[in-house]
Ligand binder design. Sequence first.
Ligand code: FA5
Length: 333
Amino acid sequence: MTKETVEELRRTSIASIEAADSLDQLDSIRRGIVGKKGSVTQLLKGMGSAAPELRKELGSLINELKKELEQLAESRREQLARAAMDERLAEEWIDISLPVGAKPALAGRGGIHPLTRVQRELEHIFRGLGFTVVDGPEVETDYCNFEALNIPDTHPARDMQDTFFTTCGHLLRTHTSSIQVRSLQRLSPPLRIVAPGRCFRYERLDASHEHTFYQMEGMMIDRDVNVGHLIYFMRTLLREIFGSEQKIRLRPGYFPFVEPGFELDIWFQGRWLELLPCGLVHPKVLEFGGIDPKEWNGFAFGLGLSRLVMSRFQIDDIRHLQSGDLRFARQFR
Ligand code: FA5
C-alpha cells in the first residue's frame, strides 16, 4: 500500500459520491465507502501490508480521507434532500391563506331526510298491522304500470299520467300501483302489502307538484273486505303519523283499477290537499293477477308520501324536498 493507493481511492470515492442522484443511491454508495465493509475501512484494515516506516503517515492519511468523504456524503445528502423537497412542493401545495380550523361545508352530524324518516315510520306502522313491505322497479313495463291496472292503450286515464319513456318501450313508473300488479302475480291471497317508492311524471311544477316524487302503495286482499275496512286503515295511518286525529274528507274519485274509488284529502295550511286516493280493488285487476274475484276482494290506496311529509313538517313547497339545499335539510337533523 502506498500514498498513491490512498489518493486513487480518494478520487474514485469523490466521483461516485458526487454522481449519486437520489438519497437511496447516495446511502448505498456511502456504505460502500465508509461502512463496515466499505473500501476505506478495508484499506485501514489492510495497513499490515504497508511498509513499516509508512504506516503512521498512511494511517493518518486514511483517517483524514474517511472524515473528508463522510463530510462530502453529508453535504450531498443535504443537496439531494432539498431538491426532493422542492420537487414535492412544486407538485403539492396548500393554501396557507385558509383560516386555521375552518370546517368543510359538510362537517358535523348528518341526519335522516324527512322523506326517509316518514317512510320508515309508515313501514313500522303497517308492519304492526300485519302488512309486508315490498318493492318494485322504477323502470316499468307498460303492462304493469297501465295495462294490468285496467288502463288499456286507448284509455283517457293515461293522459293524466304522462311520463318518461325509454327507447325500448319501458317507462319510468308514474305511480307505485305497478307494485300491486307485481304483488298479485307473485303472492297468493290473503295478502297485505305496502310499497313505498319513487314515481315520475311529466308535470307542470308548482308548490305541490314535482316531476319526481314519492308514493306509498297499500293493498289488502282477503274475503269480504269492505269500505269500512279501508276507512279504518286510512284513519289509523293518519292518526299514527300525526299523533292526533286529522281533519279529512272523503269524496268520490275515479281510478280505472278501483271500484268504488275515493279521494281522501287532508286539511293543510287553509286548504284541502289531495293526499290519499283509494278504493276497492277492481275485479279486472284481480283477474289480471290470476285471482278469482268471486272468492277474494280487497282495498288499495296510493298515499302521496311527499305530500304527507309536507303536511307533517309544514313544508310550504314540495320542491324543497329534493333540492339538495343543506339549509333545508339541516332543519330536520
Ligand atoms: C295515483 O297515482 C293512483 N295510483 C293512486 C291509487 C292507488 C288510487 C290505489 C286508488 C288505489 P294520483 O295520480 O292521484 O293517483 O296520485 C296519488 C297521490 O300522489 C296524490 O294524491 C298526490 O298526493 C301524489 N301525487 C301525484 N302527483 C304528484 C306530483 N306530481 N307531485 C307530488 N305528489 C304527487
